[in-house]
Design a protein around this ligand. Structure first.
Ligand code: ADP
Ligand code: MG
Length: 364
């Protein structure tokens, strides 16, 4: 396989279950070997369907999926050499942990001594080396999920698929397992395609995230790019906290635009996903990028805002304002000594650097 060639490729893949509605629409996605890619999106956006097509449990309606340089549409699931972990981990209840792990190796015709070595290695990897003789019912939920991960790893697949594998665990365990899976990925160099609807899970674990909505990848980017450089209003709203406010384009030039807000004020923004003069746009601006009473005007847009509510949160003061035509304008004011007092009812100037405000497709 050459460097340029992806390990997993979705090539114009479509899926319809009923022959009418496309739940996956013309999906193109290239994943290089060794990458951790997450499919993130709301429920029903087509993530599981994509994973099922890659695993071979659902046929694609149109298009082709490649593994290495091989088209795999006609390769049955057990011949794809893919490890899988799902939310309901479904260990065989009548088999010990060790037997659960040995099973996929037995199916592949591996002899006993090699099986034992591999089972031991996989259990050590998830820190359950001493648990081989336990029955699944004698394990906690988190331990069972670790066994499921070990079972997916045991035959040393080059590709592992995980669909909401931590969904059944409580928050603390879920966060711990996120790091464990991430570390396993790093130490093995295996390719992982992971599905979740939880954005913080996706941001924690992934090299790249494909944000899904309505069967379409809205953006495929690194976690920091998704947050800092959303391509469209859906991604800006879906990832992290976002201020959105609406206006009309006055002019577009050199990647920047002037926008007349519905409040009547005029601001500058990065022209990311906009039409021409006179068209509507929705601006996106993160709450931590806004200054109250900015000391400098250079490179900034400045409007006025009325402080509606200021909530003290220790490291910052979360301030809700009426500004730019929105009454839900959130500003995170760092709790530094000498910051502007945030009196409710008071009107202040608020400003931001032009590059931090992105003019996107109109929501309204
Ligand atoms: P996600 O994993 O993002 O929640 P899914 O891939 O499960 O989304 O579902 C995408 C769409 O396909 C949804 O509208 C869902 O109802 C539909 N769907 C999923 N599986 C089936 C199936 N086996 N038969 C018919 N419709 C399905
Ligand atoms: Mg799903």
């Amino acid at each position: 396989m050459s460097e340029a060639q992806p390990f997993v490729r979705f090539d114009k893949v479509q899926k319809s279950y009923d022959g009418e509605i496309l739940v996956v629409k013309n999906l193109n996605l290239d994943i290089p070997a060794g990458e951790f890619v997450t499919m993130l999106g709301p429920s029903g956006s087509g993530k599981t369907t994509c994973l099922m097509m890659l695993a071979g449990f659902e046929p694609a309606t149109h298009g082709e999926i490649f593994l290495g340089d091989q088209p795999i549409n006609n390769v049955p699931p057990h011949k794809r050499g893919i490890g899988m972990v799902f939310q309901n981990y479904a260990l065989f209840p009548h088999m010990s942990v060790g037997e659960n792990l040995a099973f996929p190796l037995e199916v592949r015709g591996m002899d006993k001594s090699e099986r034992e070595t591999k089972v031991k290695r996989a259990l050590d990897m998830v820190e359950l080396g001493a648990f081989g003789n336990r029955m699944p019912a004698q394990l906690s939920g988190g331990q069972q999920q670790r066994v499921a991960v070990a079972r997916a790893l045991v035959f040393e697949p080059e590709l592992i698929l995980m669909d909401e594998p931590l969904g059944a665990l409580d928050k603390q365990l879920r966060e711990q397992m996120q790091y464990e899976i991430k570390h396993i990925h790093e130490s093995l160099g295996v390719t992982v395609v992971y599905v979740t609807h939880d954005q913080s899970e996706a941001l924690t674990m992934s090299d790249r995230i494909a944000v899904f909505n309505d069967g379409v990848i809205q953006q495929l980017s690194s976690p920091s790019d998704l947050y800092e450089r959303p391509d469209n209003s859906f991604v800006a709203q879906f990832i992290g906290e976002n201020n959105r406010f609406d206006g009309t384009i006055l002019s577009v030039r050199n990647g920047k635009c002037k926008v007349k807000l519905d409040s009547g004020e005029t601001v500058d923004a990065s022209a990311v996903n906009v039409g021409g003069k006179g068209t509507r746009t929705t601006l996106s601006l993160r709450p931590e990028r806004i200054e109250i009473n900015p000391k400098s005007k250079a490179g900034r847009s400045i409007i006025s805002g009325k402080i509606e509510e200021a909530i003290y949160l220790g490291d910052h003061i979360r301030t809700r304002m009426s500004a730019g035509g929105s009454s839900e304008f959130i500003v995170k004011v760092p709790n530094t000594s000498g910051h502007t007092p945030l009196e409710e009812g008071k009107t202040v100037k608020i400003g931001w650097l032009t590059g931090d405000c992105r003019a996107l497709d109109p929501i309204a």
